[in-house]
Design a protein. Structure first.
Length: 511
């Protein structure tokens, strides 16, 4: 792991984290510390639990069973075993594991919400989670198995297994048993005390982690969509008139204004534009919607992402386990309250909303790809952007690939939040399916990245055919970046590597 100066460490105090802060830790390049006041709150909260244990009060999750078994009282001598059993029994996740970055984001988010001091854990547990982050011990967490109510129980159980020295984790790139990973990092597992297993498992941190990293990347793709669209507009000899600020001030949605301003800036200084400004040279009155309406569509997607970002950042600093432990204050006694903050509905709805918007953003990009390659509507460019069309197929099948990915996005955009399957013997009778929504959204964003790569590849080919006329400097730089990665298509070649390398460049922010 790369180290950073201690002054750059992210201080956890239970307050909301920005998506950029979550990314900075998830990437492995930022250390984490705990605010002293958070340590004090956690210790005070633990005192409430200790008092309950001493007086023998019956409190859900502390000395009772879970879910449908909440009415079963557990004797004092078996409370630690209760928490260990909870972790083991709930570790039912299946499928491909989350990425290392997603695992780190889960550790970070779980630690941050525990730092609020409302969960009744010992300070040692919080400190171990942060130590695992800083040392690079990353639990192996299967992606499937959460219904998103009572929290992301199965994923967080796999995280908790490593805390107690079980399960699996990676350390310095090697997958190994959790206890060995901890030992290699100089850490020791922590046997769980009363309430702590429940505090680790009840929460939305798995879906929040996946959603936060996905939405952060989607925000960058919304910017790339403007750039790809501007490249296509230049290649198709389009006009930037539709981006005039007066038009957008007449309908001042913030995302629309931002997209129009960005497109105007990207397209500034274009020789291609000047070559057909005169009506005598170009009789077209206006462009097709996929070009003319970019601010309206791209901007609306930006607005959706801003809304979803706000929900994710609020969730990152929210206590989502159950029950919550409220220490005594001036006018109130200490109390443990059962509620439902673990329910993922706010996130589940947001993920479905984002999925719909980003699928439409991918759709308008696919329409521009078709316009670039289709000889009936591509403003004089060669058929399928190939000089020897017929003998060669050019970018014909690259568009087919984009269409296939778009179809998958449309299927994935079907909402998961509208479904609910009762669980736990009917006790947990309405669930959010938010984890499903997060995973669907992640796949949509991955598909969208490739669709935009295909558009940029096709637009670069179209710009080649407009030479010696040059686009504006911003488009020219993007064109040069693409040409440094893939050459002009003179005759048919295998295009899959070209698409992959441009998508990789988008992923690593080379544009």
């Amino acid at each position: 792991m790369n180290s950073v100066p201690p002054t750059a460490a992210l201080v956890l105090d239970g307050q909301p984290l920005t998506l950029s802060e979550i990314e900075s830790v998830a990437s492995g390049f930022r250390l984490v510390t705990i605010a002293p006041e958070a340590i004090a709150r956690v210790a005070q909260s633990r005192q409430v639990i200790e008092s309950i244990l001493e007086t023998g009060q019956i409190v859900y999750g502390v000395n009772t069973g879970f879910g449908k078994l909440a009415d079963v009282r557990i004797p004092a001598g078996r409370l630690a075993q209760l928490q260990t059993n909870l972790v083991r029994s709930h570790a039912c996740g299946l499928g491909e594991p989350f990425s290392e970055a997603e695992s780190r984001a889960m550790l970070l988010l779980r630690a941050n919400v525990l730092a609020k001091g409302l969960s009744g854990i010992r300070t040692e547990l919080l400190q171990l989670l942060v130590a695992m982050l800083n040392a690079g011990v990353h639990p192996i967490i299967p992606a499937k198995g959460s219904v998103g109510a009572s929290g992301d129980l199965a994923p967080l159980a796999h995280l908790a297994l490593v805390v107690i020295g079980e399960g699996e984790a990676t350390f310095q790139g090697r997958r190994q048993p959790g206890a060995e990973a901890l030992a290699a990092a100089g850490l020791a597992p922590l046997p769980l005390a009363a309430k702590e297993g429940l505090a680790l498992l009840n929460g939305t941190q798995a879906m929040t982690a996946v959603g936060a990293l996905t939405v952060a990347h989607a925000g960058r793709l919304a910017q790339i969509a403007d750039l790809a669209g501007a490249m296509s507009l230049e290649a198709l000899m389009g006009t930037p008139v539709a981006f005039d600020p007066r038009i957008h001030l007449a309908r001042p949605h913030p995302g629309q204004l931002a997209s129009a301003a960005n497109l105007t800036e990207i397209l500034a200084g274009s020789q291609i534009r000047e070559s057909h400004r005169s009506r005598s040279v170009d009789p077209r009155v206006q462009d097709a919607y996929c070009l003319r309406c970019m601010p309206q569509v791209h901007g609306a997607a930006r607005g959706v992402l801003a809304h979803v970002t706000n929900i994710l950042e609020t969730e990152s600093g929210s206590a989502t386990d159950n029950p919550l432990v409220f220490a005594a204050e001036r006018e109130t006694e200490a109390e443990v309250l059962s509620g439902g903050n673990f329910h993922g509905a706010p996130l589940s709805y947001a993920f479905d909303y984002a999925a719909i918007a980003l699928t439409d953003l991918a759709s308008i990009s696919e329409r521009r790809i078709d316009r670039l390659i289709n000889p009936d509507i591509n403003e004089g460019l060669p058929a399928f952007l190939c000089a020897d069309a017929g003998l060669s197929s050019g970018y014909m099948i690259a568009h087919v690939t984009a269409a296939a990915l778009l179809n998958e996005c449309k299927v994935l955009a079907h909402p998961s939040s509208t479904d609910s399957v009762p669980t736990s013997g009917g006790k947990e009778d309405h669930v959010s399916m938010g984890m499903t929504g997060a995973l669907k959204l992640r796949q949509i964003v991955q598909n969208m990245e490739v669709i935009l790569a295909i558009e940029m590849m096709c637009a670069a080919q179209g710009l080649d055919y407009r030479q010696p006329l040059q686009p504006g400097p911003a488009v020219a730089r993007a064109h040069a970046t693409i040409r440094a990665l893939v050459p002009h298509l003179d005759e048919d070649r295998i295009l899959a590597p070209d698409i992959e390398v441009i998508a990789e460049a988008i992923r690593h922010r080379q544009f």
